[in-house]
Design a protein around this ligand. Structure first.
Ligand SMILES: C[S@@+](CC[C@H](N)C(=O)[O-])C[C@H]1O[C@@H](n2cnc3c(N)ncnc32)[C@H](O)[C@@H]1O
Length: 470
């Protein structure tokens, strides 16, 4: 082990880490220390206040609860040490400054409030839906943000979607990738985290569109287990689930928080933080990236699971705009995508596109896909009749990655037959997808396939390493 949590200061100078440091440091404060570290303690206090935006003597005095003259005396060295009571008071106030911004430093166990980014809240999406309801492609984010859409999604997971098999497949893949001994000549997740060199790091685990967050909970459990009994390979872990669906975001966050509470002892809780962000990862500003560590020694791992990549409006724009802002060189994307079958007719969605299923699964999918337009039309008093139709498209304008095909989900938007595409579900030729990512600066470092019940490849897991900033 090359370093402990505090051994890294002041290299890691995020406001939270800095505050953690001062709180821990002040708890071990003894009168002896004050003789040697007097000025540094004051510098630490004023450094923190400046980072919180309090620059003048007056501002610092009011927030600490002393007079401006006292502040001057602390700064000029007229006062050389604080008595125990005053120091405790300063610690309490500095701690409060973070708490009032919603940073839960030692909560039980470390679940932050949901941050809603500009343009990504339920009212914003409702407004966007009203502006775009008759567009050519609406976009899949409108399926889930309403509580009824979130419920339709969880129902779909229970009806023949194969969710437990897919979650198991992810868990197996992640477990293998975290193995401390990668195959000879190959790297895997453990080596990218530098665990195979026995080095520790801080981990920013981000999930784009976690849904109910089951797979992400598996990922956190496996990270904890592989990091060892004392979790010495993880300095800290911040899990940032990102979703426009507040009901799903809550489920994903609470599932992760409960796992951390149940798997770790209390002493380890402050090292783990769940920081949910209601953000739009396709059209938004990726503001949540501002909360991640900038330290080059820490790692960002973004999970993009369950075929959501295949639902995007444009894969190119997503990689260039969203991933471009989120991942630095050396960071990683874990991607799960639907696999292209040799014959499109063998794809589960093909039968559905021919209207040959007529079962609960179809009813639930219909509810999810038709939901946004049904709700919109009900709100403006229009007739409700609408039908989902799935149109298979092999290649073409909606398939930017070579070799992919797309099941385009359309709904009627008025009685004269006008239609709107609501959801794309693409499947990929995995070799072609790897080459496409390589052209965008991402190297594939690990690959694993999950089979369906008939033994055919259903999804592929790729661990993509950002090697170049193009
Ligand atoms: C197919 S579902 C969940 C998939 C889940 N990761 C899995 O593996 O089962 C897609 C999720 O992405 C979210 N989502 C879709 N588009 C989004 C966007 N532009 N910004 C944020 N969240 C989005 C949805 O709300 C939903 O929770």
């Amino acid at each position: 082990m090359d370093r402990g949590l505090w051994g890294r200061w002041p290299e890691v100078l995020t406001a939270t880490a800095f505050l953690d440091f001062v709180v821990a440091d002040a708890r071990t404060y003894t009168p002896d220390m004050s003789r040697g570290s007097n000025n540094q303690v004051f510098e630490l206090i004023f450094g923190l206040l400046e980072r919180h935006g309090f620059h003048t003597n007056e501002a610092q005095a009011s927030i600490i609860g002393v007079t401006p003259t006292t502040i001057t005396n602390w700064k000029t060295g007229k006062v050389k040490a604080l008595n125990r009571g005053k120091l405790d008071e300063v610690i309490r106030r500095v701690y409060f400054l973070s708490k009032r911004r919603g940073v839960d430093l030692v909560g039980e166990p470390s679940l932050c409030p949901i941050v809603i980014e500009e343009g990504a809240g339920p009212a914003d999406l409702e407004r966007q839906l009203r502006e775009k309801w008759d567009s050519v492609y609406l976009g899949h984010k409108f399926l889930y943000y309403h509580p009824a859409g979130a419920m339709a999604w969880t129902k779909m997971l229970d009806t023949g979607y194969g969710s437990s098999q897919l979650a198991k497949g992810f868990s197996t893949a992640f477990d293998i990738a975290l193995s401390r001994r990668p195959e000879v000549g190959k790297s895997n997740l453990a080596s990218l985290l530098r665990w195979s060199e026995n080095k520790s790091c801080g981990v920013d685990l981000i999930s784009l569109g976690p849904g109910d967050g089951t797979k992400e909970a598996h990922a956190i459990r496996l990270l904890i287990e592989h990091a060892g009994p004392k979790h010495r390979l993880i300095d800290w872990l911040t899990y940032t689930p990102v979703d426009v669906s507040i009901p799903l975001l809550r489920m994903a966050s609470e599932q992760a928080r409960n796992l951390i509470r149940d798997r770790l002892d209390k002493e380890s809780w402050p090292h783990y933080l769940v920081r949910p962000s209601c953000s739009d990862f396709e059209d938004g500003n990726i503001g949540f990236a501002g909360h991640l560590s900038d330290n080059p020694g820490d790692r960002r791992l973004a999970l993009f699971l369950g075929g959501t990549f295949g639902n995007l409006k444009s894969e190119t724009r997503f990689v260039e705009h969203s991933l471009g802002r989120l991942l630095r060189r050396g960071d990683m994307l874990w991607l799960e995508v639907g696999v292209r079958q040799t014959r499109i007719e063998d794809d589960g969605l093909y039968t559905l596109s021919k209207g040959q299923l007529g079962d609960t699964q179809e009813t639930v999918r219909r509810g999810l896909v038709e939901g946004p337009h049904r709700r919109f039309r009900a709100s403006v008093g229009s007739p409700l009749d609408t039908r989902m139709r799935i149109i298979p498209r092999d290649g073409g304008a909606t398939c930017e990655v070579p070799g992919s095909y797309n099941f385009v989900h359309d709904v009627d938007i008025n009685p004269s037959g006008q239609r709107c595409s609501v959801l794309y579900s693409r499947r990929y030729d995995i070799d072609a997808l790897r080459r496409w990512f390589a052209d965008h600066g991402y190297e594939t470092r690990f690959e694993h396939r999950t089979k369906d019940r008939r033994g055919r490849d259903r999804t592929a897991h790729l661990l993509l390493f950002r090697a170049r900033v193009t």
